[in-house]
Design a protein around this ligand. Structure first.
Ligand SMILES: *[C@@H]1O[C@H](CO)[C@@H](O)[C@H](O)[C@H]1NC(C)=O
Ligand SMILES: *[C@@H]1O[C@H](CO)[C@@H](O)[C@H](O)[C@H]1NC(C)=O
Ligand SMILES: *[C@@H]1O[C@H](CO)[C@@H](O)[C@H](O)[C@H]1NC(C)=O
Ligand SMILES: *[C@@H]1O[C@H](CO)[C@@H](O)[C@H](O)[C@H]1NC(C)=O
Ligand SMILES: *[C@@H]1O[C@H](CO)[C@@H](O)[C@H](O)[C@H]1NC(C)=O
Ligand SMILES: *[C@@H]1O[C@H](CO)[C@@H](O)[C@H](O)[C@H]1NC(C)=O
Ligand SMILES: *[C@@H]1O[C@H](CO)[C@@H](O)[C@H](O)[C@H]1NC(C)=O
Length: 888
């Protein structure tokens, strides 16, 4: 198990001893004597108060900036952890100008707690609490005490009046367990968090995080006075824009809204030994941090705002933001972009316009949008007495009502009613998890078909799919038009571009996969100047031509053998280099389906994908013709031992071509290519055979994925599912795919994770079924990571060129991708975001899938998995539990 902090019992005993006999502080012992300040015993200089019990917190004077010890503050920080982590500052705006030894904390005769400058004896000059209420007599005031509680609260008590002041009512940038973020309507107290100006300066910074209680209360992050992020209205269960905020056995979140009394957010920690804080940092990030004993550091648990869709009103009125599509802004069903030109330039802030105005007298209906962060609710009305059906009726009856939703989703079926009467703002849509249904009012003619709620939500999703593909189709048509024009021009005698010749005439080794051409060829190739191509976008080549180009499929031209058949290199008469994949005859497709598939695959065009030039059909023979790339595959460069025979380069040259910068670029490129396949392309392809030999490199060492979409040709459903025919390569296959034939985009994510670990380490993974340490790369990576020695995992040949932070980030992302549970693996969109951000919020990975046995238990625990699904961006309770509670 994990090592625990300093034994706590002896410390408590020591505190008690000191309490009983206030001995003069010695150099070795902590200077603390007690947890209380009284009029007779002020706190002066470098003495501190330590909370009784486990001694979790310290109150004392400090100078945050070592370069400026003449600015002194009174603060509370964690005891027993090495670097001082301040959670509260009394006089953040008015430091005592002097050193720590000049400061003292007194309880004045009138009962207020004040910082006193001992050089001038000037009370009240720096900071003081308001004096106790007038009802308090001066005699009882003189018996006031200020006590530092074990939860970090500094409490001022006056006999007879109880607590007259407490630090928890005046948060600075930190919310500790039990503190409230919100409004007390009786006292008018608005407890909010304000960032420090900078790490060394606790004065008020740019950012504020506070509750807006109007409508259904929502937390907003402000920069100066403008909003930059909203949590989404509270929906009885969670803030609708923070799906990951779920209570766990360790941390529980609460929101209390009692109109006329108070409204606040708070959280509780069910552990005496775990340290956690919720901070608004000086750069405007709202963060949860956990103290990790093992590393003796604060670990970032999550951080908001997280992505572009968290930007306040990112897509304008009636716009819906979703990071799962590109561009991220879309319009709600029944709406069109208000400023199409800006919209096309990916500025969605102008929002959307209703297609057909509402007819208030009848005929309006509702479209259901699933998994929504609810719109801002400042102007919304909330009626907890209505059910969802009554809510719908109420909305229909109110002409101004634009949408409705359940106001308490934690009740079965939902109770309570939100009704929005103004424009709908700040909406976003989450993936399958998070958010709730929003029912959007539309004119009859704009309504999707079907009327039940489920039908509605299905249609809402459909609309989302159809709209982008319609746009895609339009783009294709435009492309086709230009393409046709170009071909016509060519017929009029345009000279073909000079083609780069293959500089390297040595035979290629067997281990290489399809290769592809230099970039210079791309344009000329794509115009389909050869073959009897009828469609501009998918030329089909004569078999004679292919035979001539490949020396009748000569064994000397065979450059690889993939899961779907052998690959040959070839050269057309005009000098153009090609790679031909001869598909094995397993395909169950007819001719027309094959052609259709090829057409579709040819449309997949991305910088990080090898381009398909066309196909060739002859009887049962089917071939795919690709561009050829001269720098061969990643396999060649990465695993020098395995590819020693194939290369004209020696190891040193090869390695120098793969410095860390290049490797990081390759990792990024592969991620973008897969993201395109999974999300951004019209087809949504699952590759199913990602591996180093399928990553080809162009002359600038940019990675291009090959062999994508071939699985489609073998007639298997690509959306997700189950297959009996497991095509893939051991070592890269996810356990659920290899063992059960279940595949999804997350199987590709797994393979990507293996690739990342291979690229970083320069070692090949032999497959998860091996148990020996030296053979199993994932196990090796996990061991080192767990021991905090991940840098040892790195290929030593790049030690000089590497960037430790990037290397560690890649290793962690790799480990996240190879987690056993598919749902825990981040989607490629998250992977690319994590790779791109300099200080990403990375969850702690679970043990990767390298064991032979599989834990079935987790599969049954749906709730557990749902939570985990969002672990990549999240305060996922269960992922947290795994991190901290699991033995290390
Ligand atoms: C506190 O201050 C006194 C005198 O100002 C000094 O002697 C002592 O070492 C200080 N103690 C600590 C723990 O800094
Ligand atoms: C409390 O007493 C101090 C000194 O005794 C005085 O300076 C201060 O003004 C008093 N505060 C109030 C609010 O009366
Ligand atoms: C204040 O404390 C003194 C001594 O402990 C005690 O005699 C006195 O009654 C207390 N006064 C009040 C008002 O509690
Ligand atoms: C705030 O947090 C972000 C995200 O973790 C980090 O990049 C930034 O450096 C932090 N800012 C400060 C001032 O600590
Ligand atoms: C609204 O709908 C009703 C019934 O369908 C129709 O009679 C009326 O003309 C419509 N009004 C407007 C303004 O479209
Ligand atoms: C609420 O209503 C006010 C006044 O009509 C308007 O200025 C404001 O933009 C509205 N806020 C929202 C979030 O709709
Ligand atoms: C929401 O519903 C749950 C379950 O019925 C209930 O415990 C909770 O008090 C409700 N919250 C509000 C604000 O009505």
């Amino acid at each position: 198990m994990r090592r625990r902090r300093v034994p706590l019992l002896p410390l408590a005993a020591a505190t008690l001893l000191l309490l009983l006999s206030p001995a003069p502080p010695t150099a070795s012992a902590p200077v603390a004597t007690t947890d209380t300040v009284t009029p007779a015993t002020p706190l002066a200089g470098n003495r501190t108060l330590v909370s009784a019990g486990r001694g979790k917190f310290v109150l004392g004077f400090f100078s945050p900036d070592p370069d400026d010890p003449e600015r002194t503050y009174l603060g509370i920080w964690f005891n027993n952890i090495p670097s001082r982590t301040v959670v509260w500052v009394a006089n953040r705006g008015s430091p005592l100008l002097g050193s720590v030894s000049d400061a003292a904390l007194h309880i004045l005769a009138n009962g207020s707690l004040a910082i006193v400058d001992t050089t001038t004896n000037d009370a009240m000059a720096v900071w003081s609490t308001p004096p106790p209420p007038a009802t308090t007599t001066t005699t009882s005031s003189s018996n006031a005490t200020a006590q530092l509680m074990e939860n970090g609260n500094l409490v001022l008590r006056v006999p007879g009046s109880g607590v007259v002041w407490q630090s928890f009512d005046y948060p600075t940038d930190t919310l500790l367990p039990g503190m409230k973020l919100g409004i007390d309507y009786h006292t008018g107290l608005d407890r909010h968090m304000t960032s420090w100006l900078s790490t060394g300066d606790p004065s008020q910074g740019e950012y504020t995080f506070r509750l807006d209680p109007r409508g259904s209360p929502e937390l907003f992050l402000y920069r100066w006075s403008s909003r930059i992020y909203g949590s989404g209205p509270w929906n009885g269960f969670q803030f609708s824009g923070v799906p990951n905020l779920k209570s766990s056995s360790l941390l529980s979140f609460r929101f209390v809204s009692d109109p006329g009394h108070e409204a606040y957010y708070t959280y509780d920690l069910d552990s005496d030994t775990v340290l956690t804080r919720f901070v608004l940092n000086a750069s405007g990030q709202i963060q949860r941090l956990m103290w990790i004993d093992m590393t003796q550091s604060w670990s970032l648990f999550w951080s908001y705002p997280l992505d572009e869709c968290d930007g306040y009103r990112a897509c304008g009125p009636y716009g819906v933001c979703s990071v799962e599509r590109s561009p991220i802004c879309g319009c709600a069903p029944g709406f069109d972009p208000r400023f199409p030109a800006e919209w096309a330039l990916r500025d969605g802030s102008g929002g959307c316009r209703r297609r057909t105005e509402l007819n208030c007298t009848g005929g309006d209906g509702f479209a259901a949008l699933a998994n929504m962060k609810l719109p801002e609710s400042a102007n919304a009305t909330v009626d907890m007495s209505l059910g969802l059906d009554e809510c719908r009726q109420a909305c229909l009856k109110t002409c101004a009502c634009r949408a409705y939703a359940s106001a308490n989703v934690s009740s079965p079926g939902g109770i309570g009613c939100f009704m929005w009467t103004g424009d709908l703002l700040d909406m976003r849509q989450f993936g399958s998890n998070g958010g709730q249904n929003l029912f959007l009012r539309l004119a009859a003619s704009d309504l999707p078909l079907g009327s039940s709620a489920e039908a509605h939500s299905r249609t809402a999703r459909l609309v989302e799919i159809i709209v982008p593909s319609a746009v895609g189709l339009l783009l294709l048509l435009v492309g086709l038009y230009f393409c046709v024009r170009k071909v016509k021009k060519r017929r009029k005698g345009v000279v073909p571009l000079p083609l780069r010749r293959n500089a390297d005439n040595t035979p290629f080794g067997r281990r290489n996969q399809i290769a592809a051409s230099s970039d210079a060829q791309d344009d000329s190739l794509h115009n389909g100047q050869q073959g009897n191509n009828k469609d501009c976008d998918v030329p089909s080549f004569d078999v004679e031509k292919i035979q001539a180009a490949t020396g009748n499929f000569s064994i000397h031209n065979k450059i690889g053998q993939g899961g779907f058949g052998p690959v040959y290199m070839g050269k057309f008469d005009d000098g153009q280099d090609i790679a031909v994949k001869r598909l094995s005859r397993r395909s169950t497709q007819g001719l027309r389906e094959f052609k259709n598939e090829v057409k579709l695959i040819a449309k997949l065009q991305h910088r990080n994908l090898v381009r398909l030039l066309g196909c060739c059909i002859d009887g049962y023979e089917r071939m795919l013709v690709y561009e050829y790339m001269h720098n061969r595959s990643l396999n060649t460069f990465l695993f020098s031992k395995t590819s020693a025979t194939v290369s004209t380069l020696n190891d040193e040259e090869r390695q120098s071509m793969l410095c860390w910068e290049k490797r990081f670029n390759i990792i990024n490129g592969i991620a973008r290519g897969i993201l395109y396949l999974h999300q951004d392309s019209v087809l949504r392809i699952i590759h199913r055979d990602l591996k180093a030999s399928n990553i080809l490199l162009d002359k600038d060492m940019n990675p291009k994925i090959s062999d994508f979409g071939v699985a489609r040709i073998f007639g298997t459903d690509q959306t997700a599912g189950y297959t009996k025919k497991v095509v893939g390569t051991y070592g890269y296959m996810s356990p659920e795919y290899a063992m059960d034939g279940v595949f999804s985009t997350k199987s590709d994510v797994f393979s990507f994770g293996v690739l990342v670990l291979e690229i970083v380490s320069g070692k090949k993974n032999r497959g998860f079924y091996h148990t020996e340490l030296d053979l199993n790369l994932l196990r090796y990576a996990w061991r080192l990571w767990k021991d905090g020695e991940s840098l040892e995992f790195m290929d030593q040949s790049i030690a000089d060129t590497s960037n430790a932070a990037e290397v560690l980030k890649c290793i962690q992302i790799g480990l996240l991708c190879v987690q056993e549970q598919p749902k825990r693996r981040p989607p490629m969109s998250a992977v690319t975001t994590m790779l791109a951000s300099e200080y990403p919020t990375l969850p702690e990975p679970c043990e990767p899938a390298f064991s032979t046995g599989r834990s079935r238990d987790d599969d049954d625990d749906e709730e557990h998995e749902d939570t985990a699904a969002k672990a990549y961006r999240s305060d996922s309770a269960s992922s947290w539990t795994v991190t901290v509670v699991e033995g290390r």
